[in-house]
Design a protein around this ligand. Sequence first.
Ligand SMILES: [Zn+2]
Length: 413
Amino acid sequence: MNELVHSIIQQTTLLDRFLRYVKVDTQSDPKSDTFPSSEKEKDLARILAKELKELGVENAEMDSHGYVYARLTANCSSTRKVAFLAHIDVAPDVKGEGVKPMVHPNFNGQGIDYPNGEKLLASENHGLSNCKGHTLITSDGSTLLGADDKAGVAAIMSFVEFLKKNPEIQHPEISICFTPDEEVSAGVDHINTEQLNADFGYTVDGHLPGEYNFENFYAWGAAIKIQGHSHHPGDARGNMINAVRTASQIVARLPTHMLPETTMNYEPFIHAHSISGSVDSASVDLILRAFSEHDIEKEKDVVRAICNALQAEEPRLKLELNFNEQYKNMRPMAEAQPMCVDALKQAIASLGLNPVAAPIRGGTDGARLSYMGIPCPNIFTGGSNFHSTKEWTSVENMAYATATLIRLAEGIR
Ligand SMILES: [Zn+2]
């Protein structure tokens, strides 16, 4: 194990922190129209602000929306300002209250048995066999663990704790921010970028050690409204224009090599996620996803061509197609500040890990933040199986995340 990682485990209370945080129920609520979506998210925000103060970060505070902000002043000549972010809420997909974390010291590298008879097996879980000898952490199998993203929160808190214990470590000005409601896609809705005040930042919200992310999809929606003409089916010949049939033809004509279920990595897709209506009128909703704007334009052309062809086949149809932009790829923003990704890659490599850039087939808070003026790649937390009852992480993996933050702080000049 890397020496810095070993020191972090020895000198900080990383495990205790993580266990403390996962026991606080912070599940966000997609049906809520308040912010944060569930008031209980603030329970953890308050704890974090208090603990930061106890670590000597006097300016730590929670704002009325449930964001926690704190600032570490530079102790070197660097004039750069960098932000570290993690989200406090957990996914609404499975039960998130009453988390009873299980600690498995000296993990055997093969698997563990849950009390309910279920198993977590290394043979079915990429990265788990690498944790042989680690202190593995899981839930009891009946709830989420909440490593997404309390592993990120704990990694950042241990980073602050380690800096306080090792004041000789030189770092630029660092802004810490814990955000609510990431899991309901609202994590930066009320973020205060002036208070964040950073040249660039990093979310600590990724997967296995070594992995980092600085590119995600360009995302557009396409809404197609179809106006047909209803008629008694017994007497429909030449009269009926069936909007239901047109809607299904649109979906059926999407190229099969451009679907979510047939693509991976950098391949773009068009996804029909909803279809509704009757003979008289129907609608089809698509999402378009690609890693380049060029590919997004090609996808729009595909959808336009399908609509135009159907229109030509039945001129009495009324077809209305509207595209709306949803989010953008953060890559151009991140690359506009080369130090941002380069320093991260170097920080990961300096720990003896292999830096692996993985494209995110979705959007992130960091992507939105990148277009609010703060380019924001994503760093691994060391966890896996997010949004499931078989979520897991290890103390060692989280310590690697903390160590990456230390090396980043040292490397950004
Ligand atoms: Zn997350």
